[in-house]
Design a protein around this ligand. Sequence first.
Ligand SMILES: Cc1cc2nc3c(=O)[nH]c(=O)nc-3n(C[C@H](O)[C@H](O)[C@H](O)COP(=O)(O)OP(=O)(O)OC[C@H]3O[C@@H](n4cnc5c(N)ncnc54)[C@H](O)[C@@H]3O)c2cc1C
Length: 450
Amino acid sequence: MTETLHIVGGGMAGSEAAWQAAEAGVPVVIHEMRPKVETFAHRTGNLAEMVCSNSFRSDDHEQNAVGLLHWEMRHAGGLVMREAAAHRLPAGGALAVDRDPFSQSVTDALRAHPNVSISGEEITALPEDGRWIIATGPLTSDALGRAIAAETGAEALAFFDAIAPIVYAESIDMDVAWLQSRYDKGETEEERKAYINCPMTKPEYEAFIDALLAADKAEFHEGETAGYFDGCLPIEVMAERGRETLRHGPMKPIGLTNSHKPEEKAYAVVQLRRDNALGTLYNIVGFQTKMKYGAQTEVFRMIPGLQNASFARLGGIHRNTFLNSPTLLDNQMRLRSKPHIRFAGQITGVEGYVESCAMGLAAGRMAAAEILGRTLPPIPQDTAHGALIHHITGGAEARTFQPMNVNFGLFRPVDGLKGGRRGRKDRYKAYTDRAKQDWSAWVASQEVPA
Ligand SMILES: Cc1cc2nc3c(=O)[nH]c(=O)nc-3n(C[C@H](O)[C@H](O)[C@H](O)COP(=O)(O)OP(=O)(O)OC[C@H]3O[C@@H](n4cnc5c(N)ncnc54)[C@H](O)[C@@H]3O)c2cc1C
């Protein structure tokens, strides 16, 4: 008899993982605690409930990395994308859906599948045997969160994210900014130049503080703030505590000399730190924020050197349970210390419905292949799925790991193409063409001849 795959959590990731494994012929049990145990964000007992926006974001699979993930999931027979198409609402280039019929039909499809059963219970401990995928998402129940922390070490499991904005390196104006670590610290030239620094004069700093104080901010959800606020205050809250607070905190100018104007002492300095091994992404150090997205782009482009910045992701602070995946998971998304347990979805350190669902698709296929004794070729790194998995299980800096959206900054360059903003359209098309080719070959490699 084929071994059963147990999936904890029937959200975006758990639902897709269950579908993929069931379609491959593996019996699946989904353990979903709702509606018996509720979260502060879910409203129904349905699987694949969208907790906030009803959009799967851009559907442009030639010029957008999220659209490419859509394409890849459709091409692999994804359930979530199939039902999203069936319940699509007009939304320009975005894939928006009628949320309740959408999640109802995902639930119905899984209930009707002969290989799937659904068990309405909260899992409170890490299972000692069997084959499992944990896909309990950003609002993993407290008991299971504690059990995971006991296994991984408390410092390797976060209960909230405090995301500083991430900027595409190519969009930073290096005629204004310069490379230097504070006090030139570091053993190697690379370490001594590990940060990008953006200088501010006094009037620029004052205008920046005014804009921060005036910017539109998002509210916290009820139950979201408990206990996590002290270690990482949003920059606008620091600014509210005093106009000079930031200049003595993340924007302090000491130990830095502007290589373009060595004789001028900056009044404040914004630092950016490398965010991935490829060196294509930089995060703005200490700039976690609750400003609304529109306000963030406006305010952050006031920083000299970032006047034309393109953002791979904007900042935020949310309740979010996620693992330090680069240290804890292998490239098959298995917990290194207990390889019979895989993780999928937002808990692995991706961010968003689409990314979570994609990690469910990958984990479902990986687990099914393992159970069926088939060799699954590695997911190609140059696909959107592969780029994300590579990032969370190895490409990202483990020390500063924060949840990540899919974006082209995670992709390896295509040889012979121009960098910079001018060649962007051609470059994105080359990324998506390459990804589609590799993904099609990967999916075809698993098709069992009839
Ligand atoms: C308040 C909020 C707003 C968000 N808004 C957006 C948005 O607008 N757009 C976007 O793209 N992303 C948004 N996200 C992120 C979004 O939740 C995730 O991207 C996505 O739903 C994650 O998918 P998942 O499958 O990993 O988790 P989920 O979809 O949350 O699914 C996890 C499931 O596990 C269940 N569960 C938890 N613990 C247990 C347990 N111990 N035993 C059994 N079942 C359990 C939960 O009930 C849930 O059904 C938001 C997140 C939050 C918290």
